[in-house]
Design a protein around this ligand. Structure first.
Ligand code: SF4
Length: 418
C-alpha cells in the first residue's frame, strides 16, 4: 500500500514539474513514506529522516518530509525531534503537498483523516515496468486489537468500480503484465452493488492480462464466490495470502479477529477443495497478551495442518493507542523469541516441503531480473508467488516462459527452460 501511495505522490509531484531522482544530494524534495505497524519500522523512518535533514547544511532550499502512517500517528514526536521538518502528511493528506509547492515559505503539515479520499483523479506514476498496483479500497473498520491501521488510515471506503476497471485497462495498455489489487482489507470492497468477486471477475475479463493478484484479504470476508472466481479464471493467480495471526480461538477473540480456529480451517478446506494446487501464505503473531503455551501449541497445530507455502512471523509489539497496548503484556521477551524461533524453524520445513512438491513439474515463470549472485542466471516468479532461479537458458526479462523445476532449497526453486 505504501508503494502504491508513493506512486500517487510521484504523480502529484510530476504534475508540478518535478521528476524523480534516487540521489538525495541533488533533490529539491526528499520524502520518506513510513509505516508504523511495528515499532522498528517507525524508528527506522525517523532515523532516516534525521539523516536526510542534515542535507540542509549544504542546501538550505531542500525540503525534507515524512509521509504515511508515522506522520499520521506521531506528528508531534517527529516535530519535537526535527523542528525544521517541512512536510509531515498522513495517508489522507498527500494533496496538501501542493501547499509547499505553491509557496516556498509554507510547511505542509496535516494529519486529518478523510472518509472519502481515494486519490482517484490523480495520475499515479508506476514505479515498476511490469507490475501495476490498483488500490481498490483504503482504510479498515475491523479494529483488530493489536493493529494501528484503523487509526492511521481511517475508515473503509472503496474506489468506484468504473475507475478500477479504467485504471486496470490503462496499466495493461502500458504493458503491465501483472496487476495487484490492494487494500488494507481488500476483500471487503463495497461500491454500490459491486463486491470484491465482481472486481476480480471484471478485471480478469480485460484482454491481455496475464496475472492478477490481491492483498491482503481478511478471512472473515473471503467467500466461496471469490474462491470460485479464482478457480475459474486462469489469469487470477493460484495464491492466497490468508492471515492467521493466531491458531488459538481464545487469542483470536482477544485480537478481535472475528473468526475461530475452526472457521479458519473450514475456509482453508474450502479453498483447497476448489483449488487443490493453490499456494497459501500467512501472517502470524506470537506473544500476544495472554498467549499461554497451550495457545501457542494451537498455532503450531494449524501451521502443521495447513503447511503454508510461506509465513511472515512476528513477535507481538504493542502499538500505542490500540486496545491491546492497554492489556498487560504477559509474555516475556525470551518466551516471545523462543516461540518465534520455533515458528520460523517449522515454517522453513513447510516451505521446503511445498517447494519440493513442485520438483519435476513445469511452471510458467515470469522473468523479473538478473540474479545478483550470478549475472548469467535469471530470477522469475511462478503464479504461486515463488521465486525461481533459472541457471540454464537465456530468457528475456519481462517474458513468460515454461520452466522445469529441478530443485528446491529454502524459499527458492531452481529450474531450467523446457
Ligand atoms: S484487518 Fe488488518 S488492517 Fe484491519 S485492523 Fe485488522 S490487522 Fe489491521
Amino acid at each position: 500500500m505504501n508503494e502504491a501511495d508513493t506512486e500517487i505522490i510521484s504523480g502529484l509531484l510530476e504534475n508540478f514539474g518535478y521528476s524523480s531522482t534516487n540521489d538525495p544530494a541533488i533533490a529539491d524534495i526528499v520524502l520518506i513514506n513510513s509505516c508504523s505497524v511495528r515499532e522498528k519500522a517507525k524508528q527506522r523512518a525517523i532515523n532516516k529522516l534525521k539523516q536526510y535533514n542534515s542535507l540542509k547544511k549544504k542546501n538550505k532550499q531542500v525540503k525534507i518530509g515524512l509521509v504515511g502512517c508515522v506522520a499520521q500517528q506521531h506528528a508531534n514526536e517527529v516535530q519535537t525531534q526535527i523542528p525544521d521538518i517541512d512536510i509531515l502528511l498522513g495517508p489522507d493528506s498527500y494533496r496538501k503537498l501542493t501547499d509547499i509547492l505553491i509557496s516556498d515559505d509554507k510547511k505542509a503539515i496535516n494529519n486529518i483523516l478523510s472518509k472519502t479520499e481515494m486519490y482517484d483523479n490523480l495520475q499515479s506514476i508506476p514505479q515498476n515496468t511490469y507490475y501495476g498496483y490498483i488500490p481498490i479500497m483504503r482504510g479498515c473498520n475491523n479494529f483488530c486489537t493489536y493493529c494501528i491501521v484503523p487509526y492511521t488510515r481511517g475508515r473503509e471506503r472503496s474506489l468506484s468500480f468504473h475507475n478500477i476497471v479504467k485504471h486496470a485497462k490503462q496499466l495493461v495498455a502500458s504493458n503491465r503484465k501483472e496487476l495487484i489489487l490492494l487494500g488494507q482489507n481488500v476483500n471487503s470492497y463495497s461500491f454500490q452493488d459491486k463486491r470484491f468477486p465482481d472486481v476480480l471477475k471484471a478485471i480478469s475479463e480485460i484482454e491481455k492480462i496475464k496475472r492478477i493478484r490481491f492483498t491482503s484479504p481478511h478471512p472473515k470476508d473471503l467467500d466461496e464466490r471469490t474462491i470460485q472466481i479464482i478457480a475459474q479464471n486462469t489469469n487470477i493467480c493460484n495464491h492466497i495470502h490468508l492471515p492467521l495471526q493466531s491458531g488459538s480461538s481464545k487469542i483470536l477473540k482477544a485480537m478481535n479477529r472475528t473468526y475461530t480456529q475452526s472457521d479458519y480451517l473450514h475456509l482453508v478446506d474450502l479453498i483447497k477443495k476448489h483449488i487443490p494446487t493453490i499456494a497459501i501464505t500467512t501472517d502470524i503473531i506470537t506473544g500476544f497478551p495472554g498467549e499461554t503455551d497451550t495457545d501457542f501449541q494451537e498455532t503450531l497445530k494449524i501451521m502443521e495442518y495447513v503447511k503454508y507455502d510461506n509465513a511472515f512471523t512476528f513477535k507481538y509489539s504493542p502499538r500505542p493507542g490500540t486496545k491491546a497496548a492497554e492489556m498487560p503484556d504477559t509474555v516475556s521477551e525470551n518466551t516471545k523469541s523462543d516461540r518465534l524461533n520455533e515458528m520460523i524453524t517449522l515454517q522453513k520445513k513447510h516451505t521446503l516441503y511445498r517447494n519440493n512438491e513442485l520438483k519435476n513439474t513445469t511452471q510458467e515463470v515470469f522473468i523479473e531480473s538478473n540474479s545478483k549472485k550470478n549475472i548469467n542466471h535469471k530470477i522469475g516468479r511462478t503464479e504461486t508467488n515463488k521465486l525461481v532461479i533459472i541457471k540454464k537458458g537465456t530468457p528475456k526479462i519481462g517474458e513468460f516462459i515454461n520452466v522445469k523445476i529441478i530443485d528446491a532449497a529454502g524459499v527458492s526453486l531452481f529450474g531450467e527452460i523446457e
